[in-house]
Design a binder for this molecule. Structure first.
Ligand SMILES: O=C(O)C(=O)C[C@]1(C(=O)O)C=C[C@@H](O)C=C1
Length: 288
């Protein structure tokens, strides 16, 4: 019998990240960590084989903590990506179902609160918000404090796991609410999602630093992809943290790292004075 491999995720039980792990790696063992950086440290320390972390949400944008930690602290390879539909539920301890309209504090992950901003603004007046390390941590906290009239925003699994009652369903402000999770690994390709899952496509993610003070540098970078007809599905800038105005660009190309087109584009960028790091070339999947 082959030994089960360990997958780090943002815990505790029943977070959205755990549901991504269950979808991609149903036969492996999930190991819960309290923060995204701790998940990434666990790969480097060899405690787990891979980590699954959120990268981007359709309503709230990038998960900067993941991007920054990946770029500045703990480099790792992206080996797969999964897009998951996100449905947020408002839940309370069963003792408090009659007074949920008057909750005095709502607990959740900052991204989950932001995804429900319009609902919360319309429904609650002068309610406080408490940011937790994850939606699961919020649900757990609410279950452990029945005397306080508080609520959590989390998913249906969390309501079941922590014995909470959902009082308002699907409170995210936009129907099309999805989060992209990436699977990170220290070494390349020693574990892959089950072969019965079919990828929707392949992507390559690059981190590019432009040469300083060169007019039209970004235009030249984009044209290296454009004339090769390499479609870009995302371009995002993040501060280098070395001074105002210094940025990295993170670019997703809708193509696998082949032997000609992508290496040709990278060689052209390097000839322009850019520095290029390949963050990964990987299959992407959709859950449901
Ligand atoms: O708190 C969770 O359940 C998570 O898995 C984290 C996270 C995030 O970081 O964006 C993941 C998906 C949702 O967008 C909300 C929260």
């Amino acid at each position: 019998m082959t030994e089960k491999r360990k997958i780090a995720f943002l815990g505790p039980r029943a977070t959205f990240t755990e549901s991504a792990v269950t979808f991609l790696f149903p036969d492996e063992v999930g190991v819960a960590y309290q923060t995204i950086p701790e998940c990434m440290d666990a790969i480097q320390a060899g405690e787990v084989e891979v980590a699954v972390v959120p990268l981007e949400n359709t309503i709230e944008g990038s998960v900067n903590l993941t991007l920054d930690y990946l770029i500045h602290e703990k480099p790792a390879r992206i080996i797969a990506e999964l897009t998951v539909p996100i449905r947020q539920q408002l839940m309370v301890h069963p003792d408090n179902t009659m007074r949920w309209n008057d909750v005095n504090c709502i607990y959740s992950h900052s991204h989950a609160i932001a995804q429900c901003h319009k609902f919360l603004h319309g429904q609650f007046n002068q309610t406080n918000y408490e940011y937790m390390t994850s939606t699961g941590a919020a649900a757990k906290y609410v279950s452990e404090h029945p005397k306080e009239n508080i609520a959590a925003i989390a998913n249906e699994l969390a309501a079941k796991e922590y014995g909470l009652t959902i009082v308002r369903k699907d409170i995210h402000d936009y129907e099309n609410n999805h989060t992209r999770f990436v699977v990170l690994q220290k070494e390349k390709h020693s574990i892959s999602p089950p072969s019965n899952l079919s990828p929707v496509g392949q992507k390559t993610t690059l981190m590019i630093t432009l040469p300083s003070d060169q007019a039209g540098a970004l235009h030249q970078v984009l044209s290296a992809f454009a004339w090769r007809k390499l479609n870009l599905s995302k371009i995002e800038s993040r501060p280098m943290k070395t001074g105002l105005g210094n940025y990295f660009f993170i670019i997703d190309i809708d193509a696998i790292l082949d032997e000609i087109l992508v290496p040709g584009a990278i060689a052209e960028l390097e000839a322009l004075g850019c520095s290029v790091t390949i963050l990964g070339s990987y299959p992407f999947f959709h859950a449901n």
